[in-house]
Design a protein around this ligand. Sequence first.
Ligand SMILES: [Zn+2]
Length: 408
Amino acid sequence: MEPTNRLYYDDSYLTQFTARVVAVGEYRGRPALALDRSAFYPEGGGQPADHGWLTDADSRQRWAVQDVQSDNGVVWHIMSDDEPLPTAGNSVIGQIDWTRRFDHMQQHCGQHILTAAFIATCNAPTVSFHLSERSVTIDLAISTLNDEQAQAAKAWANTAIWQNLPIQARFVTPTELAHIPLRKPPTVNEQVRVVSIGDIDHSACGGTHPARSGEVGAIAILGWSRQRGMIRVEFVCGGRVIAALHERDRAARGAAAVLSVGWTELPQAIARLQETQQALQRELTQTQRELDALRATQWYTQTPPVDGRRIVTVTLPTASIERLRSIAGFIAELPGGIAIVAGGTERVQIVVACAADTGADAREILAAGMSVLGGRGGGQMHLAQGGGGQPAALSAALAAMVERAHRD
Ligand SMILES: [Zn+2]
């Protein structure tokens, strides 16, 4: 099949065109049409495919173009399988979804400019590029990026945008190509298309670009992170800068309203809130400790002594291991006190503590429980802890431990 005549090469602003259907077939299992000429951009070079519509010559029928892919020079327009498609030989009118395309042109061209900016300001070449529905990322071949470097690249890129530089796309001969300072070598050997943005960037590229850099509008860097030893920079261009601003504005104003401050005062307000929260947490921990000491004494006195020992068993499912240890410690400070304290919701945790005057070995008492539970543990003579095993066997394990504590 003849390669499709790609109309967007000469005019990236062309949104409507007429063409003839040359083939009706399938592309990866989905119904697809090939035309003799098309302004639809097929996915490639990091730029997503155009969407749009085809109508028949007398505008009676309209089909949605859901995806566009290129295969061996042929552009396939992937269609819904809901309705019968036009047949080969028929004329159709193609219509590009311009809102989507212009957004892609802004992001794609912005990427050319930001890539040039990172080379100019930090000597950091771009290795790969990805354009998603939300944002754009480039991976830079550097291992660190600081705030000043990112600011410098952003300022450089926005200056280049506002200089409103002319953008030219053309196919060049090998002789011409030899004289163009390309950013990186082309991936194709023949039919090399060079896109020049003023004199700041010359790239081999088959994508769609605006006529002047000013149409990119603005570039905002949203953030960056380390990815496989490189730096991934996330950014947005043009209309997406406004959308990102609105999104952040809504979030910031929402948070500010909750805290009853202006949005510029958010950092201080959050810092104050954190301080208060930390102070309250300290106070709560202290209060809980005091309360646990009182409870421990109460449980101890409620347990009748047998041969001078008071074996206190307590189950506190939501308590942390630190709290279980603390409670067991309080009980073991009292004369004849042996504490068997269990906790944990999904995984059983048990702490055993024995007062020195009992002569009992906490490890042996714990071991009696662990053999019933099927868990593991260990410790010292006066304090041992363990856990795991079958939670359903907890009460049987506690009974075995009490029995062992009496015997010892
Ligand atoms: Zn390009």
